[in-house]
Ligand binder design. Sequence first.
Ligand code: NAP
Length: 179
Amino acid sequence: MIRGLFVGRFQPFHLGHFYVVKNLLEKVDQLIIAIGSAQYSHTFKDPFNAGERIWMIRSALDDEVDPKRYYVIPVPDVNDNRIWVAHVASYTPPFQIIFSNNSLVKVLFQEAGYNVQPSLLYQRELYCGTDIRKKIIANEKWEHLVPDNVARIVKEIGGDKRLREIVKKNNTHEVVEKD
Ligand code: NAP
């Protein structure tokens, strides 16, 4: 049994993530989808809380993927990169492969002795969390960029209104540039 790990913030879980997850499930028996920065919500970079992101991911995958084949596990950040890999592993079942394109994530897991492999970048120019959040704020069409159930959940929790309110209250430029 090979279990893989895929880490992301999934703000929100979009069709690029969806295709990556389906691709990774062809390579491993089980996939752990770790929701990074799990303690954050209600910011431009991280508008949705961990439970909302878990709901989105499960709702997007449930019709297509056997739920026994994946876990969705929230992992808060820690203010110390030296211990982050052990911190992630302390939340998850054992895994043998980690898929990431993030250079920091790759270095940290490689140094800890894991088998690190690149994850697919599926139509990156089209599917990008930051662009989707900007489109929601600008009242542009964004629903076609996420699984149907994710669009439904964003609206059901008032996530579109939340994003617009957040950037009204904060210095928009500062918040956008941080991502
Ligand atoms: P991320 O911050 O979620 O994503 C970074 C960028 O890469 C985003 O633009 C993301 O796009 C894009 N991306 C990631 N995977 C992709 C894929 N398969 N295809 C296309 N684009 C992709 O970073 P991450 O590497 O996905 O997640 C890392 C998580 O680990 C973060 O929550 C980070 O805070 C955490 N971390 C914590 C520590 C610590 O606590 N010390 C150390 C290292 C990492 P989208 O916006 O479209 O997703």
